[in-house]
Design a protein around this ligand. Structure first.
Ligand code: MN
Length: 713
């Protein structure tokens, strides 16, 4: 079991005292929290966080990251709370621990390829701080190193998950060393026979010996010396998984895999890299198509190097990588190499650390890429910044755009689930349907066959699928309503015209009419009537006896008179109401206003409300000359509060043949009274005649016709 002193010693080589103190404190806390707990290996549990911290210190990570490594299992496996971690170690450490704990809770039950990619993306998206992923990878690496203590079935599952999720994640972040170790350990447990076979095969391979490696290294070193280039040379057997991968994808046996050894030349400048390449190619014949220049075109994970394969001293293929020290650091540590120092060697400040949006950083690196494939990869990165990854209750990952709601999720699952979505639970709690989903949420949709999409949903859904389906449903729904309404209107009008609608319907008469109007079906025709695109008379006239006098037809075309005494140009029998605000009476200049679903409301032209109306919904209307009805009109009388004045008013109105419909009386302190009356009059002329008669009463000070604004005042 590694000791904390070893970790501290390593940390002291690059971290300030403040960070060392933080690491020490985290160690004490973790030791107390995990006290008494054991690993499956029989070792104290503390050995695990210590090993994780050691992996992190070897990546030269900062104090909070190493402290978080020591504490990473305390919240999940002990009674420690995140609040405690925060109060003891600050928000940076607690955020990293929270992130690692969150990732540990992800259920990886589904094994599809696309699923794996989604989970990888989700982990990256969830961890708004890259250090979360680094601690998680260190955690996984140590668990893989100690996988022998797990049960056989569990070994295979964990190995598979590592291969699908964590090794590609390490690769994406350029953590080459971790990636390689994760891959080899995964192969060891998922395909133990193949692993052993390759391992044994390498030992007996003719070009795998130290002698061979030394020989080639010596030749390369000589080249450097002769040309006065300072640098170092090394040779190593490629990792087992990469050999396995090559055998698998190219269908080769181990004997056919020549380049199992890779040599590396590390020099101090880019110029020297290309110089060494030229010298190597002059000495050994390059294999065509194997030269790759990752210096001018870095990989998406910012890897840079020159790769070439040549025919070596014994006629065998030799792979050589040439790079600078800086490139080597990035090749080994990836994103972690960038963590510690900026390019100019200055340390990243605390503030920068917080601002360090690694995703943006990667995007910046990728902006310089010219290779279309790499560019596509960067585009995908760009895209997934705006994506959210959530789980079904069964643990499947679903991808949604940022801001997507449970409704979007429901439609993603199935159109029927969306159409009958009645409620949603996020992480087990009921939430409003417009709640934006977050990365890692588990979403459960409650359906009810009687529930249907609502127009309101359109205000917050984010996916095209949800939008389209909701609109589709609403259109269908409106169509059904309009068909029913159209039929109803036709039936009413039929009765007025002495026709039997049901009989006409049964005999199939409407299909022919529908076709004349170029509709496909009777229903389309009824729907058009419901939407008032066609008047019922336009249809029903066809069923009237032919000998109908022509004058009736003319009347149909001309202005219609409403039973209430208002004529509207071009419109037949529509529902008419008189506005309560201005109570128009015949003789008043009037205007119609189309109110949705409530017919036409008639206002006086000078009504204050008219000024606020949309002009396109205003309608020219006239009083019919033959009106014999009476209409309500409101007046206000101010008079002296004297005995008998009410009787005088009533008498005057009676003499001017005007009925009082209703009234109210208010007496004021100053001896005046206000009387509000609703009169029933035939015309404005009669109303004003009555008003002037009232004004002649000596106690009456003032009489006025009321509009809404006056009543308000
Ligand atoms: Mn752990």
């Amino acid at each position: 079991m590694i000791r904390i002193t070893e970790i501290i010693e390593k940390a002291k080589t690059y971290l300030p005292a403040k960070d060392i103190a933080l690491i020490q404190k985290a160690y004490v806390f973790s030791a107390a929290a995990h006290a008494g707990q054991m690993r499956l290996s029989g070792e104290p549990y503390l050995s695990h966080p210590l090993e994780v911290a050691n992996i992190l210190v070897e990546l030269y990570l900062d104090g909070p990251t190493i402290a978080a490594g020591l504490l990473h299992d305390t919240v999940e496996d002990t009674s420690t709370t995140l609040e405690e971690i925060e109060s003891q170690f600050g928000s940076q450490v607690s955020k990293i621990v929270a992130g690692v704990t969150k990732i540990s809770k992800i259920n990886f039950s589904s094994k599809e390829e696309a699923q794996a990619e989604n989970i990888r993306k989700m982990i990256l998206a969830m961890a708004d701080d890259i250090r979360v992923v680094l601690v998680k990878l260190a955690d996984r690496l140590h668990n893989m190193r100690t996988l022998e203590h797990q049960k056989h079935i569990k070994q295979k599952l964990i190995a598979q998950e590592t291969l699908e999720i964590y090794a590609p994640l390490a690769n994406r972040l350029g953590l080459y060393k971790i990636k390689v170790e994760l891959e080899d350990l995964s192969l060891k447990y998922s395909k133990p026979e193949i692993y052993t076979q390759i391992k044994e095969g390498i030992k007996t391979h003719e070009v795998a010996g130290d002698k061979y490696i030394n020989k080639v290294c010596k030749i390369l070193e000589d080249i450097l010396n002769k040309n006065k280039i300072k640098g170092r040379v090394s040779g190593r057997i490629k990792h087992i998984y990469s050999i396995y991968h090559k055998m698998e994808t190219q269908g080769l046996t181990l004997d056919q895999v020549y380049d199992i050894i890779a040599f590396r030349v590390i020099v101090s400048s880019i110029k020297e890299c290309y110089a060494v390449l030229g010298l190597v190619h002059a000495l050994w014949k390059p294999v065509p198509g194997r030269f790759k220049d990752y210096i001018s075109m870095p990989k998406a994970n910012m890897y840079q190097s020159l790769h070439t394969t040549v025919i070596g001293p014994d006629g065998e293929r030799v792979e050589i990588q040439i790079r600078t020290e800086e490139m080597h650091k990035i090749a080994e540590y990836g994103v972690a190499a960038h963590w510690k120092y900026k390019e100019d060697g200055t340390r990243i400040s605390e503030k920068d650390v917080e601002k360090f949006s690694w995703l943006r950083q990667i995007l910046d690196w990728q902006k310089e890429l010219k290779d279309p494939k790499e560019f596509m990869a960067s585009l995908r990165f760009d895209l997934f910044q705006d994506e959210v990854y959530v789980f079904t209750p069964k643990g499947e990952v679903k991808e949604l755009p940022e801001g997507a709601t449970p409704i979007d999720f429901a439609y993603l699952i199935h159109s029927q689930v969306g159409d009958h979505c009645a409620g949603a639970k996020v992480n087990g709690k009921l939430v409003p349907l417009n709640t934006p989903l977050k990365n890692g949420d588990t979403v459960e949709i409650i359906t009810d066959p009687n529930k249907h999409p609502s127009r309101d949903w359109l205000k917050f859904v984010k996916t095209a699928k949800a939008r389209t389906r909701i609109k589709h449903w609403i259109r269908n729904e409106e169509r059904e309503t309009s068909i029913a309404l159209g039929k109803e209107v036709l039936e009413k009008e039929s009765r007025k015209m002495g026709l039997n609608f049901q009989k006409l319907l049964k005999e199939g008469n409407f299909l022919e009419v529908a076709q004349e109007f170029s509709f496909k079906s009777e229903e389309d025709l009824f729907s058009a009537v419901g939407y008032a695109k066609i008047t019922p008379r336009q249809i029903l006239n066809r069923f009237l006896p032919k000998e109908e006098p022509s004058e009736k037809k003319e009347k149909e075309e001309s202005v219609q008179t409403s039973s209430l005494g208002v004529k509207i140009k071009g419109i037949g029998d529509v529902l008419i109401r008189f506005a309560k605000c201005c109570s128009p009476v015949p003789g008043d200049p009037i205007i119609g206003y189309i109110s949705r679903g409530r017919g036409v409301t008639i206002h006086t032209l000078d009504c204050p409300n008219v000024k606020r109306m949309e002009p396109e919904r205003q309608l020219e209307v006239f009083w019919a000359t033959e009106v014999k009805n009476t209409f309500p009109a409101k007046i206000k009388i101010i008079c002296e509060n004297k005995r008998g004045v009410l009787a005088k008013i009533a008498n005057t109105l009676m003499e001017s043949e005007t009925d009082i419909n209703s009234g109210s009386f208010h007496s004021n302190v100053d001896g005046k009274s206000e009387i509000f009356l609703t009169l029933m009059v035939e015309s404005s002329a009669k109303l004003y005649k009555a008003i002037s008669a009232l004004q002649k009463i000596s106690e009456v000070k003032e009489v006025s016709r009321l509009t809404m604004s006056e009543r308000r005042g």
